[in-house]
Design a protein. Sequence first.
Length: 459
Amino acid sequence: MLGKFLLPEVRELIASGDEETLREILNRWSPADVVELFDALSDEEDLAGIKMMSGPQRARVFEYLDRRSQKHLLGALPPESVRSLLNEIADDDRTAILEELSESEKERLLTLLSDEQRAIAESFLKFPENSVGRLMTPHVVAVLPQWTVQHVLDHIRQHGQDSETLNVVYIVDHNHRLIDDLRIRKILLAKPTQYLSEILDNNFVALKANDPKRDAVEVFRQYDRTALPVVDDDGKLLGVVTIDDVIDIAEESATADMQKLGGLEALNEPYDSTPLLTMIRKRAVWLVVLFLGEMLTATAMGFFEVEIEKAVVLALFVPLIISSGGNSGSQAATLIVRALALGEVRLRDWFMVFRREVLSGLALGCTLGLIGFSRIALWTTFTDIYGPHWFLVGLTVGISLVGIVLWGTLAGAMLPFLLKRLGLDPATSSAPLVATLVDVTGLIIYFSVAILILRGTLL
C-alpha cells in the first residue's frame, strides 16, 4: 500500500523534474511497492520513474511488471537502457518476454545481449514452447559427492551469489548427471569434516526439460517444494525451476480453464492487451457453435408440435425444464473439470464419479420435481390455468425434472472424462456447451414423459 499512499507526492516529483529525490525514493522501496505505484501511474510516468532507478533495482522492478508494461518499456527506453535491463533480469523472465515477441523484435533484442547472455537465451528458446525448459534458470549450486561439508560451504560463499535459490544444493557426478539433492539445512547441521556421500539418500525429484509446464505445477504441488532441478533426457543437470514461476503458470492455467468453462477460447494475453478482433474471434467461434446447437431445440419443439397444440399448458414449463437440466449439467461439469485439474480424480475414477452423480442427480431431481409439483398444486387452489388435469400436469413436470436433472448431471460429469480420454482439454466441456446439449435432450425427455402420462386426457 506504500506506493498508492505516496502517489500524489511521486507524481509531483515527476512533474517538477526532481530527479534526485525521486531516484532516492524508488531505489529505497521494495520492487513490489514500486510496481504497485506504477500500476496507478500513466505509461509516460512509468517510463520517467524507471529511468531514475539504479540498474539492479530497475531489473528487479521490471521482473514484477505485467507483460503489457514490460513490452511498452522495452519499446520506449533508449537502446542502452534496454541492453542493461535485458542483461540483468533473470534468465527465465527474459525467456518469457522473448517468446511472446515477433521474430524480428526478438532478434533485435537478442543482439543487445552480451555473448554469454545471448547464448543462454537462445539455448532456452530452443526448448519447445510451454515446456519446463523455458521456465528454468541455469544458475544453480552443483557439487560433487566426494566433497566435505566445509568444501561445499566455501563453494557456496564463492559462487552462490548468482544462484536462483540456495535452499537446496544439487549433487552431480563427474558427467554432471544429477544424483541427489540436499536441503541446505541438512548441510548446515552436518559436521564440517563429513563427506556429502555419507549424508546422501539418492532420493530426489526432478523435472525433464521437455515436460509441459502444467506438469511442473502438479509435481510442485505433490512434493511441496519451493524449487526443483531440471535435467535433460540423459539426467544431466540443466538448471532449476522455482516456485514463483510455477505459481504464474498455475494462474495462467486456471485463467485459461475458467475462460473455456465460460464458453470461449482461452485468451493468450491479458484482457486489456488482447486485440479487439482477436477477442471477437475467440468469442464468436463458440457462440456460433452454441447457437447452432440451440437451433436443435427449435427442431425438437417442432417435432412435438401436435402435442403442444393439444396441451398448450405444456409449453409454459419448457423454460423451467430446459434451464434446470442445463444448470445441473453446468454444475457437474465445473466440479469435475476442476477435480481433474487438481488431480482429485483421474480417468480410472470415472465409475466412482458416475455412481456419485447418479445419486446426486436423483436427489437434486427429486428436490426440484417436488418443488415443481407443489407449485402447480398451490396455483391450482386459486386459478384454473392448468385445467382439470392439473395433477397429471404436475406429475409430468415433476417426473420430467427428475429425469432431466439426472441426465444433465451425468452428461456434465462424464463429458470431461470423455474429452480427457480422447486427449483433449476437459475444460472444453464448458458450462454453455453442456447446457446446450442438455437443452435439446431435455425437451425430448419432457415431451416423452408427457405423452406417457397425459395420453387419453390432454393428449
